[in-house]
Design a protein around this ligand. Structure first.
Ligand code: GLY
Ligand code: MN
Ligand code: MN
Length: 442
């Protein structure tokens, strides 16, 4: 069945966002809201700027990714205004509004300075909140509040359930990301360096580095043991053992978050990757409305511990591996998180819009999602295990020394680790695996 294009779904998305924002404003006691795209951030004592990233609450309303100084004025029941900032500057190309259908949903006012932006807003802002940078001028604008925590929390909560438009954007980000992963895998097979694999990924996605949703994790060999490995080694290793690639692409401000692990001609590690792939799909089967994410995390700990015991990395029962804590030395992160306008999207710990939170399991401080799944949530499912020196070395003579098969570790540590990560959109009765679908369709 052909999928609807994100663009055709935008008007309904905006109507839903407007309605959720109106409810949040009412509960927080405001009549209107100005959402600020953000301002360019200067390098210290320099005339250059860090790559601009629009503020997520602004992007939720307007998919305008590179328009610093712009604002959206939201007034319940009225057409939203996009105050579009165009710099008058001959050093850079002045910004132009894209000719895209979504712009028709806004009343657009072009401004060239902050004073003009203020003049474009209603004169009386005594019941209007501002979300964005706390600009010095705001003190004279008569706003009711700047970044009120209660309203911010309600809007974060409101972003949990994605609209059909957002899911279509995330599906597209997965299609682009899958294309990148295929090219990266080919570069790995051809003996590329981490840097070359990175460039192959970005080129196949057609995205420059600052457009990607997060810094790619391109880890060859033992680099895969570092969870957020940040180096792009230029030199090719003498031998390629494995690639752990955690890399996503963007679409209209939404990002995919995809990990694949590949082995280079090693039957045993290939079999371990296959086992992790099956384990990951088994966990995906648990993802449906009503399931407590903490239960999925605990199932992941259980199944990963069992795999580590079966494959001879841990030498005790699965039960002891979990209860003693040794299994978590190999899987020290959460099983997944919310995904959307931010890679680690907001709202994962909320019990309700009022700000109560749901606790993490006692031994899993890194878990970023503790809610029951609801239709419209988009989450990652990312089990893995790693041979992390920083966690294992202190155990050589520690309490877990006898539970760890050190000879097996010595044999496997050159592979770094394994992670398989997909993005799941929770549906009315299960989930849609956006990542597997993207790889299958490609
Ligand atoms: N790419 C970061 C993560 O998987 O959470
Ligand atoms: Mn990831
Ligand atoms: Mn992730």
């Amino acid at each position: 069945m052909p999928q609807p294009t994100p663009g055709s779904l935008f008007p309904a998305h905006l109507a839903e966002v407007a309605s959720r924002t109106a409810a949040a404003l009412e509960r927080s006691g405001f009549d209107a809201l100005v959402l600020h795209a953000g301002e360019p951030l200067e390098l210290f004592r320099d005339d250059q700027h860090y790559p601009f990233k629009a503020h997520p609450p602004f992007k939720w309303w307007a998919p305008l990714l590179d328009a610093p100084g712009s604002m959206v004025l939201c007034r319940p029941g009225r057409r939203p205004q996009l105050i579009f900032h165009v710099a008058t500057d001959f050093w850079y190309l002045p910004n132009r509004l894209p000719e895209e259908g979504w712009t028709r949903e806004f009343e657009i006012i072009e401004v060239h300075s902050r004073a003009e932006a203020r003049a474009a807003l209603p004169p009386e802002l005594g019941r209007t909140a501002w979300i964005g940078d706390p600009l010095p001028e705001l003190l004279g604008w008569g706003l009711a509040s700047i970044n009120p925590p209660d309203l911010l929390r309600r809007l974060d909560f409101a972003r949990g359930r994605k609209t059909a438009y957002e899911i279509a954007c995330l599906a597209e980000a997965n299609r682009i990301g899958a294309r990148g992963h295929r090219a990266a895998e080919a570069c790995f097979r051809a003996g590329g360096s981490e840097y070359e694999i990175h460039q192959a990924f970005a080129a196949a996605c057609g995205q420059r580095e600052q457009e990607l949703p997060y810094n790619c994790i391109v880890a060859l060999n033992e680099g895969g043991s570092v969870l957020h490995y940040q180096i792009l080694r230029r030199e090719r290793p003498t031998q390629h053992h494995s690639l752990l690639l955690d890399a996503g692409a963007s679409h209209a401000g939404y990002g995919s978050d995809i990990t694949r692990t590949s082995a280079f001609e090693d039957a045993e590690f290939t079999a371990l990757i296959g086992a992790m792939d099956r384990l990951q799909l088994g966990l995906c089967d648990l993802a449906k409305p009503g399931t407590d994410w903490r239960d999925i995390h605990l199932a992941a700990v259980q199944r990963i511990a069992s795999l580590l015991c079966e494959s001879g990395v841990i030498r005790c029962s699965t039960e002891e591996a979990i209860d003693s804590g040794v299994a978590r030395l190999f899987f020290p992160h959460g099983i997944g998180h919310m995904l959307g306008l931010q890679v680690h999207d907001v709202g994962g710990l909320f019990a309700d819009a009022e700000g109560a939170t749901l606790p993490k399991p006692p031994f899993d401080p890194a878990l970023r999602l503790t809610r029951r799944l609801e239709p419209g949530f988009v989450v990652t499912m990312e089990p893995g295990f790693y041979f992390i020196d920083a966690l294992l070395e202190p155990q050589r003579h520690g309490t877990h020394a006898a539970r760890i098969n050190w000879a097996r570790i010595a044999q496997l540590r050159k592979f770094g680790g394994i992670r398989i990560e997909d993005n799941l959109a929770i549906t009315a009765d299960g989930h849609d695996n956006l990542t597997r679908r993207a790889f299958a369709d490609g």
